[in-house]
Write a protein that binds this ligand. Structure first.
Ligand SMILES: [Cu+2]
Length: 128
């Protein structure tokens, strides 16, 4: 139950801080989601690329264009980060069960990243 409440709150936060438009005709409608929803259709599906974090690992993300907004969805209970190996390029922290946005670098290339909290978590972002 608490999990569901947190999920609902984060959905509201997302709707409030991003310009939620288009698909959210009735974000709080009567259709309740099951508790295991990761990216439920209808209310909060990101339109762009996504890096999902689950089980202490990053999902793969396909090549993205420079400057693309990438949604990071943390399905774990603990906080993670998406931090570039090249210091200072990007460093986005995502609370447990939270979401954040990473803006892809402007230059094409392969950007290795990891989690500051769990350095064994590794991923690569390709920009082209
Ligand atoms: Cu982590």
């Amino acid at each position: 139950m608490l999990r569901l409440a947190v999920l609902v709150v984060s959905v509201f936060l997302l709707g409030g801080t991003t310009v939620a438009c288009g698909q959210a005709d009735s974000p709080t409608g009567h259709g309740r989601h099951s508790e295991t929803v990761t990216a439920s259709p209808g209310t909060s599906v990101p339109t762009g690329p996504v890096i999902a974090i689950e089980g202490m690992g990053f999902s793969a993300v396909g090549p993205v264009a420079p400057g693309t907004e990438i949604t990071i969805i943390n399905n774990d209970e603990v906080e993670h980060s998406v931090t570039s190996r090249t210091k200072g390029l990007f460093d986005v922290h995502v609370e447990g069960k939270g979401r954040a946005t990473l803006t892809a670098p402007q230059d094409a290339g392969e950007y290795a990243f990891y989690c500051l909290y769990h350095p064994a978590m590794l991923g690569t972002l390709t920009v082209k």
